[in-house]
Design a protein around this ligand. Structure first.
Ligand code: PLP
Length: 286
């Protein structure tokens, strides 16, 4: 089925949405994005994604393409038009470009390019792999230094995903100066003696919207949380591990660099946090 997508004010069949080859998103990866999950036809944590988009845009001196209210209306229209019950909405804003290729930014009043499309994923919250967990390998973190900005420069994370595939595992955790930063497209956690440990926020990692919600829910449930870096060796000796992202929610990790964690099955903390996260975020879905 041909999707209806959104491009700069128009709802179009996916085959008819065209962007200039001079667009800086295409030439320079000069763009930012967000992925918002849809469960039961409703948007999960839309306000969080909107707030982070605003921050990414302002860090790059890029104008907002429209208001948050307009963004919400576009998301909802796409959910309707594409009949999405469970899935994701991908949003991308680029700096556009009225002229030729140039390292310098175009004039400040250049209209940004705004693209949104849906991804239909029936049963997104019931992914069978969530019951068995992921295996991960560690790889050197060779990304740029502003990982807190959600840019479309995703080549190195894609390379890391391919390294994981080549190693017959599900994902990769980045390691810098001996410490885990995060996963290819998710935040990384370990659990030891009931304590949840995850790297603190800085420019080294993306400030996950799911991370913020999960840590809030964990603290509300009187679970102990420590925000600090950890090594792969510490992770391998942990009782359990998991990742979070908007499209995987809370997802168990059962093997790191060939070492099985605990019993090799999803741990109780990850399972409980997944349940709490799904329950609580469905309550505030819009
Ligand atoms: N870290 C990275 C590098 C990511 O790409 C993502 C999501 O794409 C996340 C963390 C998780 O962020 P969120 O929970 O907002 O989806």
């Amino acid at each position: 089925m041909t999707r209806t997508v959104y491009l700069n004010g128009d709802y179009l069949p996916e085959t008819e949405a065209k962007v200039s080859i001079f667009d800086r998103g295409f030439l320079m990866s000069d763009g930012v994005y967000e992925v918002t999950s849809v469960l039961g036809g409703k948007l999960i944590d839309f306000a969080g994604h909107c707030a982070r988009l605003g921050r990414s845009l302002s860090e790059l001196g890029m104008p907002a393409p429209c208001s948050d209210a307009e963004l919400l209306a576009i998301h909802r229209e796409l959910v309707q038009l594409n009949d999405i019950t469970d899935g994701m909405i991908y949003l991308q804003v680029t700096r556009g470009n009225p002229g030729d290729r140039d390292f310098a930014y175009p004039p400040a009043d250049t209209k940004p390019t705004l693209v949104l499309f849906t991804q239909n994923k029936p049963g997104l919250a019931d992914a069978p792999a969530a019951k068995t967990g992921w295996k991960v390998i560690s790889v050197a973190d060779e990304r740029w230094g502003r990982r807190d900005i959600k840019t479309t420069q995703l080549l190195y994370p894609s390379m890391a995903k391919m390294m994981a595939k080549a190693a017959h595992v599900d994902d990769a955790w980045f390691v810098e100066d001996g410490m885990v930063t995060e996963g290819t497209s998710n935040n990384a956690y370990i659990v030891k003696d009931g304590k949840i440990i995850t790297r603190q926020l800085s420019n080294d990692i993306l400030h996950g919207i799911t991370r913020a919600a999960v840590l809030r829910f964990a603290r509300e449930a009187q679970m102990e949380v420590e925000e600090r870096p950890f090594t792969i060796a510490e992770a391998q000796a942990a009782d359990e591990a998991f990742i979070t992202s908007a499209s995987t929610f809370v997802f168990p990790v059962v093997e790191i660099d060939g070492t099985t964690l605990g019993t090799g099955t999803p741990g109780p903390v990850a399972k409980r946090l997944r349940e709490i996260y799904l329950d609580e975020s469905l309550k505030t879905a819009i």
